[in-house]
Structure formats: C-alpha cells, structure tokens
Design a protein around this ligand. Structure first.
Ligand code: VGL
Ligand code: ZN
Length: 202
C-alpha cells in the first residue's frame, strides 16, 4: 500500500470514451482492468465523470455549420467542438461496466454548466471556476496524485497541469491512459505536462 497522502485519480473512464462510445478514444477499454488492479495500492481513490446537460455548448450540434473537432472561440478562450457525449443520465455517461466503481471514495462531476466546458477535474475551462476537488484532497491531507484514464491529451492533461500548479506532486501513468490525438495534441500534451513538472511514467 502507498502512504495515506497518495491518491489515485481516475479520469473519465466512461462508456462514451470507450470502444463503441460517442467520443471513443482508441483503445479506451484496455485501461479498465489495469486501473482496477492499481486501485488496490491506494487508500484514496477519486473518480471524475464528464457530465454534460443536453445541448452543452461544447457539442458541435449546438453550432450550426460546425462539425465535430472544429474549433470555436468561446468567452473563456478557444474550444474544440465535440460530438454529443456524456449527457447526464445517459448510458454513455456511465462508467465502463467493468470499472470497479465501488472503490471510488468520491466522484467529481464536471462540465455540468451548459455554457462552459471542463476538461480538468480541478477547474472549468476558464481556468478559474473550481470543481471543489482541490479542497477535498487537501482536507484529507493528500499531497501526491497518480492520474490515469481518458483522454490523456485532454482531460488527463488539464487535470495534471492544474494539480501541479496547485502544488501537488503529480505522476501520470501514461500506460493507463489513452489519447484522442487530434492534430498533434498528444505530443503537445506530453510536452506541456513535462513543462508543468508532471512526471510521465509507463
Ligand atoms: C474529454 C473531450 C470532451 C476527456 C471530455 O475526458 O478527455 N474530452 N470531454
Ligand atoms: Zn466532455
């Protein structure tokens, strides 16, 4: 077992990001079994869950003439447009059926405001509106985070960088993540995480 100051943060292992899902990340389902195994080493396990209302502003379907994976400018900055995914209460928003959800001490939902997306489990995409996860971890005395899940170049990346900026010691187990890899986004994400002081391991 790792010390009680360590938490495993499992990012968005949801049906829509796994094989056959609305925003399937190639190989997404393959991370489930090894993540279940890794949970056994941690006394603190946190999940995040992408949780959008129908008609969320990150959905291309809300922007006439725009297609999924195009970019738009939002009041809070540039935003990739996605296929409709992880709609609150839908099967796609549920966790992968084989994920050991019983081990989650807390599940942090994000992206639930219609007009703003949230890649990071710590802050919405304006980089200032908190989700509450920082306070949860600090009040438990947790200082070291290991991140795993989907997608490495979006929600895992933003969560890892925010966590490092907040002063946590952060490791990303890249072997327990999968990436969307849009136009070089995986290489850019790896570089940005390293610049932020995140440890990348396999
Ligand atoms: C994610 C795109 C849109 C993710 C969530 O979990 O990486 N990516 N919403
Ligand atoms: Zn989303």
């Amino acid at each position: 077992m790792r010390p009680d100051t360590n938490a495993l943060v499992v990012i968005d292992v949801q049906n829509d990001f796994c094989d056959g899902g609305a925003l399937a990340v190639p190989g997404g389902s393959a991370v489930v079994a090894p993540i279940n195994a890794l949970m056994q080493e941690f006394s603190a396990v946190v999940f995040s869950q992408d949780w959008h209302p129908a008609g969320h502003s990150s959905f291309a379907s809300e922007h006439p003439g725009k297609a999924p994976l195009e970019m738009i400018e939002m009041p809070y900055g540039p935003q990739v447009l996605w296929p409709d995914h992880c709609v609150q209460g839908s099967a796609g928003a549920g966790f992968h059926p084989d994920l050991d959800t019983a081990r989650a001490d807390v599940i942090v939902r994000k992206g639930y405001r219609r007009t703003i997306d949230s890649y990071s489990a710590f802050f919405e995409n304006d980089h200032t509106t908190p989700t509450g996860l920082e306070g949860y971890l600090r009040s438990r005395g947790i200082t070291n985070l290991t991140l795993v899940g989907l997608a490495l170049d979006f929600c895992v990346q933003y969560s890892a960088r925010d966590a490092a900026r907040l002063g946590f010691d952060v490791e990303v187990r890249c072997d327990l993540c999968r990436a969307i890899d849009l136009g070089g986004s995986l290489a850019a994400a790896r570089a940005a995480m390293q610049d932020a002081g995140v440890r990348l391991s396999d």
